[in-house]
Design a protein around this ligand. Structure first.
Ligand code: F6P
Length: 550
């Protein structure tokens, strides 16, 4: 039992049933599963909105899926889901509601937390954002010297960067191409330097995005950006109001920084940073794609939210994807999960998912604070295909680790590609399908021998197969489809956290490093004594100071 009186996950009969099922499974592979049940190719597909999600190449049978669903039911996934959607404070360690789904709720929805319906506030901010985005896009909003804005620089980090940066890349064909967009996150001054070096301050708008408005990287970069602007515009402080806007939950800190709160776009503490890019944190994106496209993206999110809230467990895509990850982590000792989009436009998608998944589920105590004795969140990684095929897919195919993967692709290339470039799309997608096939079915020693390969090379050229993949296929990468994909992963992460009985919505693990950095910094600059500094770090600090000639 845990402190809340629940039976701990790995002591439940549902968990034991799965463990037994795994034992009986032995070494059954995908070739055999398909031979026994060819119908699985058609049956193991779920469709949500525009997403065709094919999980036939997973190491599961109807029985596995049934047992996994029973585990989900016993873990109270649907109860926790409903509590989240109702606005209950399911983020227990921060005592907060978790209401990112309210960010895309229809105008007439009623979602209450703390006795207040949050939906009118969401739509009021969306309208302000739309008005602002239109003024920038039309040139009506002018800078301090009367010139229109031609470059937008978002300054933020983590959830205040990865979401808008990822979505901007994903939706580039839908963006106002005459405007430049840059995303600055790193406290390494090189990031801001490279972002602004070819920009004209008179035509540049900075969006300072920070939920707390205390994040040291963001405040440092925003302070430097302010200096760059004022240096470039002759030092008149009045320029700040025309070139800086803020996105935050913290009006006081925004004002203290010197940004007029009339230029602030609000969001709320019930939106987690990594769940925030469809809030005002997406302002740069809205300027880029326009309010209408942003609205289409929100509708995509909503479509998957509604599916997650209502579809029975057996057809519920986020539930299914979440359970598959639990199966491999718990019973195949899988440590990682690869997300491999076959789309250049999704180049930042996996980086975005890394925060979403790993900051949410990288936990090792349960909701009551007791250590968990089961695997929680995987290492999420990956880059777009086909690039990865020429780099690390070797390990996926023949390495010693089992790494389940998601392959994401689109039937159509984006409309603006030339005929030549669009013609390469079949080749791109042929690679996606081929990789799924090779990972699943491999190549046996007999097949290798039959090709006349020398006996000593046979083991090297054999592919074991049985590397599970899910293929997610959509007609085209549109704002709506992007919203659908992100919501799918948001809810998948939720399902896993619910089963693992962890708080997916806090992130205490990022705190210690921040505190220590603050302590170490004076030692680097001034050689200050840092009380309690360990000998290894102290030696590194000394060497650093020597190299800097201090
Ligand atoms: O340090 C982690 C974190 O708190 C993330 O959860 C968050 O997305 C990021 O920092 C940025 O925080 P903020 O938006 O408050 O600047």
């Amino acid at each position: 039992m845990n402190a809340a009186g629940r039976v701990r996950l790995d002591r439940t009969p549902e968990w034991s049933a799965l463990a037994k099922h795994r034992e009986q499974w032995g070494e059954v592979g995908l070739r055999e599963l398909f031979a026994r049940d060819p119908g699985r190719a058609e049956r193991y597909v779920v469709r949500v909105g525009d997403l065709h999600i094919d999980y036939a190449k997973q190491l599961v049978t109807d029985e596995t899926l049934r047992l996994l669903r029973e585990l989900a039911a016993a873990s109270g996934v649907t109860g926790l889901r409903d509590a989240m959607l109702r606005g209950e404070r399911i983020n227990v360690t921060e005592d907060r509601a978790v209401l990112h789904t309210a960010l895309r709720a229809p105008r007439d929805a009623v979602i209450e937390t703390g006795g207040e319906n949050v939906v009118p506030g969401v739509h009021a901010v969306l309208e302000r954002m739309a008005g602002f985005a239109r003024r920038i896009r039309s040139g009506e909003w002018t800078g301090h010297t009367g010139r229109p804005i031609r470059a937008v620089v978002n300054i933020g980090i983590g959830g205040s960067d990865l979401g808008p940066a990822m979505a901007y890349e994903a939706l580039r064909p839908f963006t106002a191409r005459e405007l430049a967009f840059r995303f600055v996150s790193n406290v390494d001054g090189a990031d801001l330097h490279e972002a602004v070096r070819d920009l004209d301050p008179a035509e540049t708008l900075f969006i300072v995005a920070s939920k707390t408005f205390t994040t040291v990287e963001t405040i440092s970069n925003a302070t430097s950006a302010r200096r760059w602007l004022l240096d470039g515009l002759g030092g008149d402080e009045a320029a700040v109001a025309r070139h800086f806007v803020a996105v935050s939950t913290n009006a006081e800190k925004v004002a203290a920084f010197g940004i007029d709160t009339a230029n602030m776009f609000e969001f709320w503490d019930w939106v987690g940073g990594r769940y925030s890019y469809d809030s005002a944190i997406g302002l740069a994106l809205m300027v880029a794609i326009g309010p209408e496209r942003f609205g289409e993206m929100l509708a995509g999110f909503r479509l998957v939210d509604e599916h997650f809230a209502t579809a029975p467990l057996e057809e519920n895509a986020p539930v299914l994807l979440g359970l598959l990850g639990i199966w491999y982590g718990a019973f195949f000792d899988a440590q990682a999960h690869a997300v491999l989009p076959y789309s250049h436009y999704l180049s930042r998608f996996t980086a975005y998912l890394q925060q979403l998944d790993m900051e949410s589920n990288g936990k090792s105590v349960d909701r009551e604070g007791q250590p968990v004795t089961w695997q929680t969140g995987p290492v999420v990684w990956g880059t777009p295909g086909t690039n990865g095929q020429h780099a690390y897919y070797q390990l996926l195919h023949q390495g010693t680790k089992l790494i389940p993967a998601d392959l994401i692709g689109f039937a159509r290339p984006v409309a603006e590609l030339s005929a030549d470039l669009a013609g390469q799309h079949d080749l791109l997608m042929a690679n996606l399908f081929a990789q799924g096939q090779a990972l699943a079915f491999g190549k046996t020693a007999e097949e290798v021998r039959a090709e006349g390969v020398a006996e000593e090379l046979v083991p090297h050229r054999t592919f074991p197969g049985n590397r599970p993949t899910t293929t997610i296929l959509a007609p085209e990468l549109t704002p709506s489809v992007l919203g659908q994909l992100v919501a799918l992963y948001e809810h998948k992460v939720f399902v896993q956290g619910a089963v693992w009985d962890i708080d997916s919505f806090d992130q205490w693990g990022v705190e210690l490093g921040k505190v220590l950095a603050k302590r170490v910094e004076p030692a680097l600059a001034e050689g200050a004594e840092v009380p309690g500094l360990d000998p290894s770090t102290a030696a590194l600090v000394t060497r650093y100071r020597q190299l800097r000639g201090r």
